[in-house]
Design a protein around this ligand. Structure first.
Ligand SMILES: [Zn+2]
Ligand SMILES: [Zn+2]
Length: 341
């Protein structure tokens, strides 16, 4: 006994269809697919499928079992389709805070052009394309034989439906609204029970589970390392030297931090807990800011005068304020004054 997954889909009727509607849909499909009437190789399997769906819909007890299986618990009587893993790419912000996403899944429905039969009935006969209307085909060795496609008649009243290539099914992707919980990291999976699409031929099974595997899109500002967020921040060389308040980005917006004076140009500033959010036992990461010194173009004469003044004052106290530079000048002096050995 075949266990029917979605008999409504197999018959192409609404889940609330009346017995009469179900019977009509069944009769139409059974006529189309009955092996006595339909020469295509797929017809007999399709007929069995349609018949199994119809039987299930008429059997209240079995239908109840199927409906129960669909809404959670698997029963021994239900064959289960494969689980499916599908990637889901999130921005850092979406992953951190959680979000609503629409996911598109492959889904097949009965072809509307041929009512799922895969065949189109013509009011006038059309010449058989396999034998060009003569009823006989040339076989290997040059001998002719009766054309199987038209049973030797040379004409057809039915041809394969072009909209579904004779399969009786059409792809009609379905969308799924998904609530993504906060703080999922790349590689983690979100399980959606019984939502895996069933591949062709498996429509009669209970759907398997769909897993959405999270990946994170490259961010314009932040680089995630472990749970820490790293961010280069451009700061004027004057501000870096003076220290002071600067505005910096966070995952949720911006915040202000106090740069200590005098800041080294390449130090990092760590804001505890402002990185990727924690979850359960896992603590939140840090936001690590990497100031990048920006050397501005000088605009006015006063700018140069101020800097000249700073340079002049520095020269007077080089040993303690810039020992590296004092050492360098010492070496230059040695070369200038004595022979280079
Ligand atoms: Zn069709
Ligand atoms: Zn023919």
């Amino acid at each position: 006994m075949i266990t029917v997954e979605d008999p409504f889909a197999v018959l192409g009727v609404a889940p609330k269809a009346s017995r009469e509607e179900i019977r009509t849909a069944y009769r139409r499909l059974a006529m189309r697919w009955h092996p006595d009437r339909n020469p295509s190789p797929a017809a007999s399997a399709e007929f069995k499928r349609v018949h199994a769906a119809y039987e299930l819909l008429l059997d209240d007890e079995r239908l109840a079992v199927w409906q129960q299986a669909r809404h959670g618990a698997t029963t021994d009587r239900a064959a289960v389709g494969d689980d499916l893993v599908q990637p889901l790419t999130l921005t850092l912000e979406q992953a951190a805070a959680g979000c609503q996403r629409t996911v598109e899944l492959p889904h097949r429905v009965r072809c509307s052009s041929c009512a799922g039969s895969g065949r189109v009935h013509h009011s006038h006969s059309v010449p058989c394309p396999a034998c060009s209307g003569c009823g006989r085909v040339v076989r290997a060795g040059g001998r002719t034989a009766r054309c199987d496609t038209c049973a030797g008649h040379g004409y057809l009243r039915e041809t394969a439906c072009t909209d579904c290539a004779g399969s009786g099914w059409q792809d009609q992707p379905r969308t799924l609204e998904v609530t993504v919980p906060p703080a999922l990291l790349a590689g983690e999976r979100l399980r959606l029970a019984r939502q895996a699409p069933l591949p062709p031929g498996d429509e009669l099974k209970v759907a398997g589970d769909l897993y959405l595997e999270i990946s994170l899109a490259v961010h314009e500002l932040f680089v995630l390392s472990g749970l820490d967020l790293h961010c280069p921040i451009p700061v004027s060389i004057f501000r870096l030297l003076c220290g002071g308040r600067i505005e910096v980005p966070t995952l949720g917006g911006t915040t202000w931090i106090e740069l200590p004076p005098p800041s080294p140009t390449a130090g990092e500033h760590r804001l505890a807990g402002l990185g990727f959010p924690g979850k359960g036992e896992r603590a939140a990461g840090d936001l690590v800011l990497h100031p990048q010194a920006i050397h501005p173009r000088l605009a006015a004469r006063e700018d140069f005068q101020l800097l000249e003044l700073l340079e002049w004052r520095l020269a007077a106290d080089l040993e303690s304020r810039a020992p590296l530079l004092a050492d360098w000048q010492q070496r230059l002096r040695a070369r200038r004054d004595g022979p280079v050995v």
